[in-house]
Ligand binder design. Structure first.
Ligand code: HEM
Ligand SMILES: CC(C)=CCC/C(C)=C/CC/C(C)=C/COP(=O)(O)OP(=O)(O)O
Length: 524
């Protein structure tokens, strides 16, 4: 039986496709390093290098300054990436991959020498427009390669499914198409059903004996705290229940976002005092606690239906709903009092908006009604960047908006991992999360593209804010780790790997935020 891919003139060997994908992945990560180094080089001042290609220095003798190191690293990365792009062009041609993949990779092959020419023009004193075009084209090359890579991985997974079907057209095909997510490697135990869940509101997959993600015991940070009858004294259990309502595990990263926003604000020359830092963090923690509490109250009936959340305090009446509401309101009042007293009205108003965004816009309007809930909901988590900046300066600035954009784009790359792993659970709860509505393959594609956009936004932020080598090196290293982690899901789409990407997403963001804080507050 000829597979559909063969009928379309494709090479049916999934192994060959995955090998091309590996080369494309390395090329894409190298292209990202090139973009990140490029933004660092152009924001670090164009005077360090005055000649091309020698940079006016000999790299083998004498210590290089930080800027010279970045210039040399940029040139070395350009050389390596150029060779990889050329090799990728040859590889997609030889593997007879689909037309759109070839066109995308060839476009990168053609654009690359143009980039080199523009780079040389900038160094020898070309117009400033050349700098902007150089940067935009670099981002375009990265984006084109990433899209080609995603298409290649998709066709490789399709080919693998086709191959598995043709090996066993009766049993395996039906198992794979109905129950597996395209891999055929470990059916039934750890892989996903690659089809949307038909009607999320009735949790259609709830009755299937799904093993793995939906039953995963450890990802819910609240699980141990909430478990009723766990032998703790009544008072400690009650305190634990109230603490759980505030969603404490989320706080460190959101606080780090706010501190990074404050750090960026100091680049304007504004002074940062210990009072501002402490008050912003205290007000922020109280605000996150308030919005988390309202989220628990509103979702208590759906939480009861989901394995991941059915041990939450309100599901077990550990806290009466009325008390939880009073607790939430008290936290809002305390947060506003702290922020107005020790920071400023703008920071307080933005925090109130963030509470409304998460507790009402996301929880009540978006989450139960649209698969866009995560994308649009990302604005809530992005606001702390602007809040931190506003607490220091009393206004809103571009670097803060740049950081907010990074968080906004990062959110789907963060949460879709969890949504994929727990898609049956979300379906049970009646939530139209993207993988529930559109299927796992589409969600993974989206998350990869959002990750690419996050990496580009992080580079743009480095450019706008003039961040230096620590931020650049951290972005490249952790960005590469995050991208690799997500790309590995295509080849090994298990819940374990998907959840690993979820945690890697937090480490990535945490690391670049720490780099911002160190560069702006420690190195300054
Ligand atoms: C629409 C936006 C977001 C959604 C839907 C989302 C969803 C989730 C979910 C469901 C969890 C599991 C923990 C739990 O049950 O409470 C989680 C964990 C977490 N999220 Fe997000 N998240 C979003 C945005 C953010 C943002 C903006 C940040 C910080 C900048 C963040 C940081 C974290 C952290 C630190 C964890 C804890 C991971 C751990 O258990 O160690 N999230 N997120
Ligand atoms: C300053 C301030 C108030 C900021 C608020 C921003 C905020 C708390 C963003 C986090 C969003 C988040 C972690 C949602 C959790 O998803 P979920 O609620 O869908 O998770 P669940 O399925 O576990 O309920």
């Amino acid at each position: 039986m000829r597979s559909t891919l063969e009928a379309d003139g494709f090479d049916p060997d999934s192994g060959a496709r995955f090998r091309v994908a590996t080369l494309l992945a390395v090329t894409t990560i190298a292209a990202y390093a090139l973009v990140a180094l490029g933004t660092a080089v152009s924001s670090g001042g164009g005077t360090t290098c005055s000649t091309w290609p020698s940079c006016g220095t000999d790299p083998t003798f004498g210590p290089l300054s930080g800027d010279q190191f970045l210039f040399w690293a940029h040139r070395a990365a350009a050389l390596v990436t150029g060779l990889l792009v050329a090799a990728s062009g040859l590889a997609v041609r030889r593997a007879r991959l689909g037309r759109r993949i070839r066109v995308a990779v060839y476009a990168a092959v053609v654009a690359f020498p143009v980039q080199v020419g523009l780079g040389a023009l900038i160094v020898v004193g070309g117009p400033s427009l050349a700098n902007t075009v150089h940067l935009v084209l670099a981002m375009g090359i990265f984006a084109t390669l990433l899209v080609a890579l995603v298409w290649t991985l998709d066709t490789a997974a399709d080919a693998r499914r086709d191959q598995a079907s043709s090996v066993d057209p009766t049993g395996a095909e039906s198992v794979l198409s109905a129950g597996d997510d395209r891999t055929g490697e470990k059916p039934a135990v750890e892989t996903y059903v690659d089809q949307p869940v038909a009607d999320p509101s009735v949790g259609s997959s709830a009755d299937q004996p799904v093993e793995g993600p939906s039953e995963h015991p450890s990802v819910d940070p609240d699980a141990e705290v909430d478990t009723p009858n766990d032998g703790r004294s009544g008072l400690r259990r009650l305190a634990g229940a109230y603490l759980t309502l505030t969603k404490p595990r989320l706080m460190w990263l959101l606080c780090l976002v706010a501190v990074a926003g404050m750090g960026l604000a100091t680049l304007t020359g504004a002074t940062l005092t210990a009072t501002t830092v402490l008050a912003t963090l205290a007000g922020g923690v109280l605000a996150i606690g308030a919005s988390g509490t309202f989220n628990h109250v509103y979702e208590r009936d759906r939480d009861r239906k989901m394995n991941r959340t059915n041990d939450r305090p309100l599901v077990h009446d550990l806290v009466p709903v009325g008390n939880a509401l009073v607790f939430g309101v008290a936290l809002v009042v305390a947060s506003m009092a702290v922020l107005v007293t020790w920071t400023n009205v703008l920071a307080a108003a933005l925090t109130l908006a963030a509470i409304g965004y998460y507790a009402v816009l996301y929880t009540v309007v978006l989450k139960p009604n649209t698969a866009w809930n995560t994308v649009l909901g990302g604005g809530a988590g992005a606001l702390p960047a602007v809040i931190g900046w506003a607490a220091v300066t009393g206004d809103v600035g571009w670097p803060a908006i740049g950081l907010a954009a990074v968080i906004f784009l990062w959110t789907p790359a963060h949460f879709y991992n969890l949504a994929i792993a727990f898609r049956d659970d979300y379906a049970r709860g009646g939530f139209p999360m993207y993988p529930v509505v559109e299927g796992v393959a589409a969600a993974r594609r989206q998350l990869t593209l959002y990750l690419g956009a996050t990496l580009l936004a992080a580079s743009a932020l480095g450019w706008v804010a003039g961040l230096g080598w620590l931020y650049t090196v951290t972005s490249i290293a952790l960005g590469g780790v995050f991208l690799r982690s997500v790309l590995r899901q295509y080849r090994h789409p298990t819940d374990e790997r998907t959840l690993r990407s979820f945690y890697v997403s937090n480490y990535y963001l945490g690391a670049i935020l720490v780099a911002i804080v160190v560069e702006t507050l420690v190195f300054a």
